[in-house]
Design a protein around this ligand. Structure first.
Ligand code: CAA
Length: 248
């Protein structure tokens, strides 16, 4: 069988980069899709994935733009034959209390973090169903499960993502397509490093494992869900948070 093809949105970001590395390591052709404007980050990404350059390519994508998502899916199917795995890892924060939040801060987070999932899934789903195979993994957040001070926008998007995941999982289960979410806790990424040190230290103190997560600890779960033999897991949310939030 030819190599499976994976698209990772937010592919050059903190979690995205490691997800690309893991998927390439398990034999996928990987398209890291991200804003072309992140030129410094792109150079760093190319250096961090140099050993896997033959399997990972970069594609410019504005996840907020439906047509840009349609074009990415179309061109990938044309060049590589299919989109077998879709990882929605693009995400932004605009943290502030609701009392100070502007409409723009609300809309930008909802547009990237939630509309972006619709934009890519809507364009990828017909091909996956027609081919009878697909793995969709949505990167949500522990804060979508618990809420977080200063994150009404982000937590709403991340919780919404899981409602989307469960609904789509039901719709496409009989077509060989699984849809799951992974809810990372606080990890060693630029996004988490933006939090004021004092607040971050308080958060880390509340993590039973006693440290931030490593992006590779998220990526290996994504790779697991993306595997062909994970076909009986669908509509699930896998928490990877160092024990920060436990439920069942
Ligand atoms: N808990 C309780 N009270 C808090 C607080 C907190 N975390 N942060 C601030 N306050 C208090 C302030 O002391 C202040 O009190 P007073 O009015 O009595 O002075 C009041 O709440 C308002 O505070 P600010 O004016 O500072 O509020 P703000 O609108 O500027 O925003 C904040 C504060 C920057 C959002 C800050 O609360 C914060 O950094 N929160 C954590 C956000 C966070 O965890 N983001 C995660 C980013 S990483 C990520 O999202 C990845 C992932 O999935 C895990």
């Amino acid at each position: 069988m030819s190599q499976r093809v994976a698209i990772v949105s937010g592919g050059i970001g903190g979690l995205g980069t490691e997800i690309c590395r893991h998927l390439a390591g398990s034999g996928h052709v990987v398209i890291a899709a991200d804003l072309a404007t992140r030129s410094e980050r792109l150079a760093a990404f190319r250096a961090e994935t140099a050993d896997l350059a033959a399997q990972i390519e970069f594609a410019a994508l504005d996840i907020a733009d439906f047509d840009s998502c349609a074009e990415l899916i179309r061109s990938t199917e044309q060049r590589h034959g299919s989109v077998d795995v879709l990882v929605n890892a693009a995400g932004i924060t605009r943290d502030t209390t609701l009392r100070k939040m502007s409409q723009d801060q609300w809309h930008s987070v909802l547009t990237v973090n939630l509309d972006g999932v619709f934009n890519l899934c809507r364009n990828a789903i017909d091909g996956m169903c027609a081919r009878g195979y697909g793995r969709i993994v949505n990167i949500s957040s522990v804060n979508g499960q618990t809420g977080q001070f200063g994150q009404t926008n982000y937590a709403a998007a991340k919780a919404g993502m899981h409602g989307f995941t469960m609904s789509l999982a039901r719709e496409v289960a009989r077509k060989g397509v699984t849809v799951n979410s992974v809810s990372p806790g606080y990890c060693e990424t630029a996004m988490v490093m933006q939090i004021a040190a004092e607040i971050r230290e308080q958060i880390v103190a509340g993590i039973p494992v006693g440290r931030l997560g490593r992006p590779s600890e998220i990526a290996r779960v994504v790779d697991f869900l993306a595997a062909a033999d994970s076909g009986f897991i669908t509509g699930a949310n896998i928490p990877v948070n160092g024990g920060y939030f436990m439920d069942f």
